[in-house]
Design a protein around this ligand. Structure first.
Ligand SMILES: [Zn+2]
Ligand SMILES: [Zn+2]
Ligand SMILES: [Zn+2]
Ligand SMILES: [Zn+2]
Ligand SMILES: [Zn+2]
Ligand SMILES: [Zn+2]
Ligand SMILES: [Zn+2]
Length: 460
């Protein structure tokens, strides 16, 4: 920041006049503003009044109270007198009393020699050819600081002015032109391969895609040709012999076609399987529906009752019966048949409600021989697994005959249209001699019967 203070040299003013026309404090004659005065005529420039009123609220000469500049009046008469006097231009060298040490003002000549009437002085000072100015390119680094007169010739020569780049047209500082050209994307460069000129921004694209002299891989590279050729000759290369490559590729195409065909077949098969399984699922759903209906019927048959009918001559233990109607049912008992030899028809008959189950032991005569028949039935309406076993006992041996059957077995040997059944005939004589009867003519038969429903809560 250059500050240059100067005194005005009012050639027509006496020392006494100066005392009247100048500020009481700073002794300057003000041309750009009025002088201000208190009611008693004590006069100072606007700046001096403002500085004074910051610390004291009175006139600087008398003790009149003054709160702000608004309490003061302008000295219009003094200003009018001043405007009619003549002055030397303050930019005359002899008028300059102070400058920064960095400003070598001695080289700038004596300066302005004009004498100007007071009312035009302000305008002259602002436009004087000898006023000091800085270069408008100061922020770019220009140190020019001299008389305005010299600025015209400097402006053209200034190394810090903006100029358009010759190549990219963007504005750059003249002094920086060489540095800019290193980076300028429009700066011309020569292709090292084909010696043609390009803007710098184009050269990479040129080399990658257009330069006829650059080496590029054969377009059939991914099919097996590993050769490289100049771009200008690549068409000749393509017209050359690639037969082995084509044969290899045709083989691969055939392989792929086969694979596609096989995969299509497998998709067709899978679709068939899916539709078949869909059908099976539908069938299963129908079965479940039927089973649910059966279960409803099954509930209607509750509760269970067991009937055991024995002739008077027989004894029977209390049977064990366990029932869970939707899952399983079991019956276990020991039949003790006394006076066996005297019985002629039904020995024992038991039936159970939940599965219409029946166990019968009958005695009848075939060809003069006594035959004992043991038979089991249950209703075909129920899908159940059955385990039936019996043990014929006497005093000496626990087990002499043991039979078991299950659903598979009874399907082979059903006896009635509405029931599965099984029958065993003991044609051998059952007598005391072979040990099947005790000495006091008693037969002991242990019966075990278990069945379980196959209904499962598939969709609960
Ligand atoms: Zn002043
Ligand atoms: Zn005063
Ligand atoms: Zn001047
Ligand atoms: Zn400059
Ligand atoms: Zn440029
Ligand atoms: Zn090139
Ligand atoms: Zn090739």
């Amino acid at each position: 920041m250059t500050t240059i203070q100067f005194i005005l040299d009012p050639t027509q003013l006496t020392k006494k006049d100066l005392a009247i026309y100048s500020c009481f404090i700073c002794r300057d004659i003000s041309f750009d503003d009025y002088l201000y005065q208190c009611s008693k005529g004590h006069t100072a420039c606007k700046g001096c009044w403002a500085r004074h009123l910051r610390t004291k609220k009175t006139c600087m000469e008398c003790i009149e109270k003054i709160n702000s500049l608004e309490n003061l009046s302008t000295n219009r008469k003094l200003r009018e007198l001043l405007f009619k006097k003549k002055f030397k231009c303050p930019y005359h060298y002899s008028n300059i009393i102070k400058s920064d040490d960095s400003e070598p003002l001695t080289n700038t000549g004596d300066g302005c020699k004009e004498i100007i009437i007071g009312e035009k002085l302000k305008n002259h000072i602002e436009n004087c050819e000898y006023r000091f100015v800085k270069c408008k390119n100061e922020k770019n680094g220009c140190n020019f600081n001299s008389r305005f007169k010299l600025y015209h010739s400097h402006e053209d020569l200034c190394l810090y002015k903006y100029i358009p780049c010759f190549y990219c047209k963007s504005l750059i500082v003249k002094n920086n032109e060489i540095n800019h050209q290193v980076e300028c994307e429009s700066f011309p460069v020569e292709c090292k391969l084909c010696q043609n000129q390009f803007e710098k921004r184009e050269i990479n694209d040129h080399l990658a895609n257009n330069c006829l002299e650059s080496l590029i891989p054969c377009p059939l590279e991914e099919f097996g040709c590993k050769e490289k050729e100049k771009r200008s000759k690549i068409q000749d290369h393509l017209n050359g012999n690639h037969n082995t490559i084509f044969i290899e590729q045709i083989k691969k195409i055939h392989q792929l076609q086969n694979e596609i065909y096989n995969q299509n077949q497998s998709i067709i098969n899978q679709n068939e399987t899916i539709s078949r399984q869909g059908q099976e699922i539908n069938n299963l759903k129908e079965n479940i529906h039927i089973i649910k209906k059966d279960l409803e019927n099954f509930k209607l048959n509750l509760p269970t009752t067991t009937n055991e009918q024995f002739p008077e001559i027989n004894k029977i233990q209390k049977p064990e019966i366990h029932t869970n109607y939707y899952k399983n049912f079991s019956y276990k008992n020991t039949w003790i048949i006394e006076n066996y030899s005297k019985i002629t028809s039904t020995i024992c008959n038991v039936s159970f409600d939940p599965f219409n189950f029946e166990i019968n032991l009958n005695k009848r005569e075939i060809n003069g021989e006594n035959v004992v028949e043991l038979s089991v039935y249950y209703c075909k309406d129920f899908e159940i697994n059955v385990n039936f076993s019996f043990i014929l006992q006497n005093h000496k041996k626990i087990t002499t005959l043991k039979e078991r059957f299950n659903k598979d077995f009874t399907e082979k040997y059903f006896l009635k249209k509405t029931a599965y059944g099984w029958q065993k005939a003991f044609r051998e004589a059952i007598n005391k001699k072979n040990g099947w009867l005790t000495k006091d003519d008693t037969m002991v038969l242990e019966i075990t019967f278990k069945c379980s429903s196959i209904v499962k809560p598939l969709f609960s």
